[in-house]
Design a protein around this ligand. Structure first.
Ligand SMILES: NC(=O)c1ccc[n+]([C@@H]2O[C@H](COP(=O)([O-])OP(=O)(O)OC[C@H]3O[C@@H](n4cnc5c(N)ncnc54)[C@H](O)[C@@H]3O)[C@@H](O)[C@H]2O)c1
Ligand SMILES: O[C@H]1[C@H](O)[C@@H](O)[C@H](O)[C@@H](O)[C@H]1O
Length: 339
């Protein structure tokens, strides 16, 4: 670490999320600076590097990790590039904040899990930022307190105004619903045992190759049922909602994030345009908490195990999506290393 313990971070991937994290580390986060950025698109890496003092641009993640002044890595490249970046970070024994998903399939997630165990100490926080969102944190505390009794059902809505042009049907599960997979494990403190995916006749407005929207149902090991509407191209805005139905009451988050206005003849609120706006505070809290823990030499938050478990569920989800059948989740026993 340099400059009175300031953490030098290499940000890998400078697209929508990576560029926003660079801005965040520059302008919002204390105790860290962006020492390097990496993108296979050299011009994009250079343009983003120019926004941070003393930041070097690279096209090769491994070269950035070996650069002087780099103490930690934030991975914000697309999911299929995460495994190589994570294994490279382990080779350099660097702490990592890895955007979700840990990886898109369970074989690669398992390789990462095994590599971290060979390293002998935890290095990874996975970017499941809903765990850092004020509304979701309140829901978690309420359910954990037990006042409402046992959760029976969790109704979730996950709507994006639009998605990247490279988005696929599988990504509706591996990139989008993976949030609800982690959220359900975290809120209910149970694993997900089986997944079913139902597809209504697609919206006439949904772009090829998407069958949009879809309804994804999880059965948990404790007998709860979770249903998730994923609507990747709803067009009107970004909405993430969850309602827990419990034995003695219900609790719902995500209805109104921001201002509610009464006007003659209308009552209502704003809809965020995208995740950057809706989860701004959660990302700030997530990254600050990663920087603080890293500077103390600790690792907190969603672990490689949580990343693997969500990926194992999403792999079952992809199979269920393709076959139309209820699919049992296959995952290894949780290693003592992650207890
Ligand atoms: N937590 C959240 O809410 C949230 C929100 C958006 C995206 N994400 C995650 O962040 C990651 C990036 O998503 P995005 O929307 O910014 O994607 P994006 O397509 O906007 O940006 C990805 C960038 O990575 C670069 N890239 C591709 N392969 C690379 C490699 N091997 N090494 C270095 N750079 C590479 C691309 O050129 C591009 O600039 C994904 O894992 C995504 O799931 C998380
Ligand atoms: O990568 C993004 C991101 O994870 C968002 O939080 C989610 O709403 C999108 O569906 C996904 O594509």
């Amino acid at each position: 670490m340099t400059q009175q313990g300031t953490l030098g971070v290499a940000v890998i991937g400078t697209g929508k999320m990576g560029a926003d994290h660079v801005r965040r580390i520059n302008d919002v986060i204390s105790g860290a600076r962006v020492a390097a950025v990496v993108d296979i698109d050299e011009a994009r890496a250079k343009a983003v590097a120019d926004t941070a003092d003393g930041c070097q641009a690279f096209t090769d993640p491994a070269a950035a990790m070996a650069a002087p002044g780099v103490d930690a890595v934030l991975i914000a490249s697309p999911g299929p590039a995460h495994e190589a970046a994570l294994l490279s970070a382990f080779e350099h024994d660097l702490p990592v904040l890895c955007e979700k998903p840990l990886t898109p399939d369970s074989a690669s997630a398992l390789r990462v899990l095994e590599a971290e165990q060979r390293l002998g100490h935890r290095r990874v926080q996975v970017g499941f930022m809903r765990r850092y969102d004020t509304e979701f944190m309140k829901l978690k505390a309420l359910l954990a307190g037990g006042e409402l009794g046992r959760p029976l059902l969790l109704h979730c809505r996950h709507r994006n105004a639009s998605v990247h042009s490279y988005f696929t049907n599988e990504m509706m599960i591996t990139d989008s619903v993976v949030h609800e997979m982690d959220q359900s494990r975290w809120l209910l403190e149970q694993e997900i045992a089986a997944v079913t995916v139902l597809k209504p006749t697609p919206s006439s407005l949904s772009p090829e190759p998407l069958s949009d929207p879809q309804l994804v149902v999880f059965e948990t090991t404790g007998g709860a049922i979770v249903n998730v509407e994923i609507f990747a191209t709803c067009g009107f805005g970004y909405q993430v909602q969850a309602e827990a139905v419990c034995e003695r009451g219900t609790a719902r988050v995500g209805d109104a994030h921001g201002m509610l206005v009464n006007r003659p003849g209308t009552w209502g609120g704003e809809i965020a345009p995208d995740f950057v706006a809706r989860f701004e505070e959660a990302y700030d809290r997530e990254v600050q908490s990663w920087v603080n823990a890293t500077r103390r030499g600790e690792v907190e938050g969603p672990s490689t195990w949580d990343g693997y478990a969500a990926t194992a569920v999403s792999e079952a989800g992809v199979r269920a999506q393709a076959t139309g059948r209820r699919t049992v989740v296959e995952m290894i026993e949780r290693p003592a290393f992650y207890s």
